[in-house]
Ligand binder design. Structure first.
Ligand code: TXE
Length: 497
């Protein structure tokens, strides 16, 4: 396979002047400053995007509020679902254009962009579309005394929460935005999205498709700019009823604190962690290595649910590290636009520098770098996939999220001790347990502290299965039916008659 040819629509889109998407129109905004979008595979500027300011924030929030009370409130739940289904159709119709844009901006291998940012996004939209007609309350039995023959009845309603602010990271610039907007729109909310400064482009194109899908103006708005400025202004805005955020733990904590201070605004936080993958001794070395590659190295490890801590039975440790190093050496690292590429660059320069400093930390702490641990030559932000053998659970690489292609390994002998080690973290987004002994797995499931636990698999998400973290990895759940309570308020109605 070879490098894909860029579509003309991709080149034309990149050459346009970019800013924001407000009330159904692409606008450049009033600010003079622009920031550059850099292709992480080459380090070159591929587009510029205008920075937003108070004016754009106010316009977008007003448009979202008007649509919430107006056009979006007028249409039936069925039609809301139809809108999301039509947007899913258009994502699929424009699949290659969107996938190429995503790969150019984020360094994601093109096959993954096609499968996840476009293919899975369409599936998520269709899932949320189905929920739009199924959001219900309950009727309740009331036990109040009836002194003069009066009767009582009560019911609950799930009412859309209002204007949602969605703050998006750079790792899945289409898919995570779709998670937020699909959930919001299915529940009858409207949304203002703030993409990451590193990947501000793709969702602007999706917003244009949303208009083509018949989603009324103002229902989806996008304001580009920095987190500290535009992100904070959106959260502070009086018309913001809820914030949904995906990103790093420190930023998420600040966002959550600010939203609470600004009038207990509802908040969903999906943050990172230091996820564990543990293999029991009945697994073969080959199966363990297959599992490690699935859990830790897809998309350069830049997936919040990916594993970074690997626990291997001591009897298998040496053989696992040898085979894993062989498999990583054979991995094709290169252009994200080459269909045979298995690993691309890190998504941006700051992240690349952070990963290089993590290699340094591991060396300083006396960890053994079994494979990789260095930057690759040439332009772009490429590093070698890396395998580190830790000395103890205390080591930095066993505790701090790298968000890169770095697996840190520790051996164990005792399965009781294994669970204690897996849980010894302030985070709890995901974990995986790998064994052929399902009876043992079933007994261990309640003791492993994570929002999502995989058995013999890792990182796979499905719209029907709730996703979110415990402890410092977040608040709230996306998908399943769980998202509904985060995008609606529960109103109780009591009646005497
Ligand atoms: O993330 P941030 P950054 C990790 C990863 C990476 C590190 C930093 O380790 O190296 O975080 O990346 C917006 N108020 N993850 O700086 O800060 C910001 O503009 C409101 C893990 O990109 O979390 C962007 O849109 N918003 C992660 C979004 O928040 C603010 C995915 C995420 O930015 C803000 C990405 C503020 N004060 C990075 N400050 C995961 N676990 O999924 C920033 N933002």
């Amino acid at each position: 396979m070879s490098e894909v040819n860029l579509l003309e629509s991709v080149t034309t889109f990149l050459q346009r002047s970019h800013g924001h998407y407000i009330n159904g129109v692409s606008v450049l905004g009033q600010e003079n400053e622009a920031f550059s979008v850099i292709n992480p595979a080459s380090g070159e500027v591929i587009a510029t995007v205008n920075q937003g300011g108070e004016h754009e924030v106010n316009q977008a929030m007003q448009a979202a509020s008007d649509a919430f009370h107006g056009a979006w409130a007028q249409i039936s739940p069925m039609e809301r679902g139809n809108c999301l289904n039509r947007l899913a159709d258009l994502l699929q119709k424009n699949s290659e254009e969107l996938a190429q844009l995503e790969s150019l901006c984020s360094g994601k291998p093109i096959q993954l962009s096609r499968m996840l940012d476009v293919g899975a996004s369409a599936d998520y939209l269709r899932y949320f579309a189905g929920w739009s007609t199924k959001i219900t309350g309950e009727t309740l039995n009331v036990s109040l005394p009836s002194l003069k023959g009066e009767k009582y009845s009560a019911f609950t309603r799930r009412e859309p929460i209002g204007v949602v602010v969605g703050i998006i990271p750079w790792n899945f610039s289409i898919m995570i935005a779709i998670w937020k907007l699909g959930a919001a729109l299915a529940c009858g909310c409207t949304i203002v999205l703030k993409p990451s400064e590193y990947t501000p482009l793709t969702i602007l194109r999706v917003a244009e498709l949303a208009k083509e899908a018949g989603i009324p103006d103002g229902v989806i708005n996008i304001v580009n700019g920095s987190g500290a400025h535009v992100g904070t202004s959106l959260i502070n805005h009086p018309q913001c009823a809820k914030v949904t955020f995906t990103g790093s733990v420190p930023t998420g904590m600040n966002v959550g604190k600010l939203a609470l201070e600004q009038g207990l605004k509802r908040t969903t936080l999906e943050l990172g962690g230091k996820n564990a993958a543990a293999f029991l001794s009945d697994m073969t070395v080959e199966k363990i290595v297959d599992g490690i590659l699935e859990a830790g190295y897809v998309y350069q490890g830049q997936i919040c649910a990916a594993a970074e801590r690997f626990y291997i039975p001591s009897v298998h440790m040496d053989a696992v590290l040898v085979l894993l190093s062989e498999r990583l050496s054979a991995m094709k690292i290169g252009s994200p636009l080459d269909e045979s590429t298995e690993m691309g660059p890190l998504a941006n320069k700051e992240h690349y520098e952070k990963i290089l400093s993590m290699f340094e930390t591991a060396r300083q702490e006396g960890n053994e770098i079994v494979h990789g641990g260095y930057a690759l030559e040439g332009p772009g932000f490429f590093v070698a996939p890396t395998v580190i053998k830790a000395n103890s659970v205390e080591d930095t690489l066993m505790n701090e999220e790298t968000f890169g292609p770095i697996g840190t390994f520790l051996s164990y002998d005792d399965e009781e001790e294994l669970i204690t080690m897996m849980n010894a973290t302030p985070f709890g987004l995901s974990a995986s347990l790998w064994t052929n002994d399902m009876s043992k797995a079933m007994r261990m499931i309640p003791d492993i502290k994570a929002g999502i636990l995989w058995i013999n698999m890792h990182t796979f998400l499905d719209p029907a299965v709730p996703f979110g973290g415990i402890k410092s990895s977040g608040i709230g759940r996306e998908f399943g039916s769980a998202f509904i309570e985060h995008y609606t308020e529960l109103k109780s109605v009591m009646m005497r008659y």
